[in-house]
Design a protein around this ligand. Sequence first.
Ligand SMILES: *Cc1c(COP(=O)(O)O)cnc(C)c1O
Length: 463
Amino acid sequence: MPNENQSELRKIPSVEKVLSDPALAPAIGRYSHPVVAATVRDVVDRIRQHAAAGGAVPPFEAVVEMVSYHLAAAWPGLLEPVINATGIILHTNLGRAPLPPAAVEALSKLLGGYCALELDLATGERGVRAQSMEKLLEMATGAESALVVNNNAAAVLLVLSTLARGREVIVSRGELVQIGGGFRVPEVMAASGAVLREVGTTNQTFIRDFEAAVSDQTAMLLAVHRSNFAIRGFSHDAALPELKELARQFDLPLVYDLGSGALADTAAFGMSHEPTVAEALAAGCDIVCVSGDKLLGGPQSGIILGKKAYIDRLRKNPLLRALRIDKYAAIALTATILQYLKGQTAELPVYRMMAETLESLARRGDDLVEKLAGAGFSAEVVDGESLAGGGSLPDETLPTRLVAVEVKGSMDDFCRRLRLGSPPVLGRVHEGRFVIDLRTVFPAQDDELVMAMAAAGNSKTCS
Ligand SMILES: *Cc1c(COP(=O)(O)O)cnc(C)c1O
């Protein structure tokens, strides 16, 4: 029995022979030799098991094809741009805000060499990390002082740990939010060593609830922006000016975790008005924390703005060394803030996508429908809505024009082939059709999108 398939077993190619096949050279160039070698070993092992169980060994070319297929499935999108056809501008799982070209230029100019990250060129002495970035932020927001860390979660953690460790922080029960996969206000509070003192109810919190909770244990009043959900109907919140007045009476800092952190008026770009950093500061917040990669349109970062006396204390917290912004983000954020100061907000990708007109989307859509027809797809332009903010802005939609595509066979398989293609494509499924929202597709990607669709549509390989 064990020897019956000996002749098949002898046909199994060696790992070396498969690896040295010229057809795999581009894969080695892309994925590196160790990665391809591991996949070849894996494929050859499976063939050996299959043959040992009495199966046939595929021809050599088929083995090489299997290796290519397994590489694409195991390392999809490796260092490759993804085409975001979902219409979600701030897509958390696709890296949130795409950087403005000015930031990309600054990165490519500075990253390969040295830059004055922490050196004061005027004195030749050690300086504050990315000091000009913080000065620019002060100018762009009107804040007395600014400090930038790794992300907004780090910003909130640093503020709580510095100003409220071992003491109480009063928060409305309607604002104990969870953002994305990991940021939960009560848990960040616990990690910082501050004690959560929740007041009011989920839908109704009044200033008197805050007032009743103030004691000699209180370290701060905290307001949190409901970034990813909304409470409608029978609801009430304590207003920022009321909180400010209470904070002033008891000499407490009022901290606002604003989250999305718009510097510009989103209403000027077709959306409803999101509170801006300047408004939050003008309303009397002592400290405002925002993300750099949401409505601000820059790199991942956490921006702390407000009173210098508090920010100076944050700078002395040893945690700052662990939470600080990295060099790459500092360069990109500096270039992004400069865009605002130069009056070039409309050139930030986030705002350009918001402002993209229905006419322009329909024109690109018609063009895409025609090209897709050439690739064997039946499609049409239909009305729809873009979910502008994804998880960052609750039920904030923009009217849009969508390209709705008929798909033959399993929609799940088609979407999977698109995701595993090169470049990977993400879209939406609506009423049995694959739906493309060109709002978040860069015009330069339109042709690549057609090629990716054609490759997924014609592929015979199913998952
Ligand atoms: C997004 C958000 C956070 C988390 O910010 P990251 O930059 O993702 O760490 C915290 N609080 C609020 C209110 C947010 O909207």
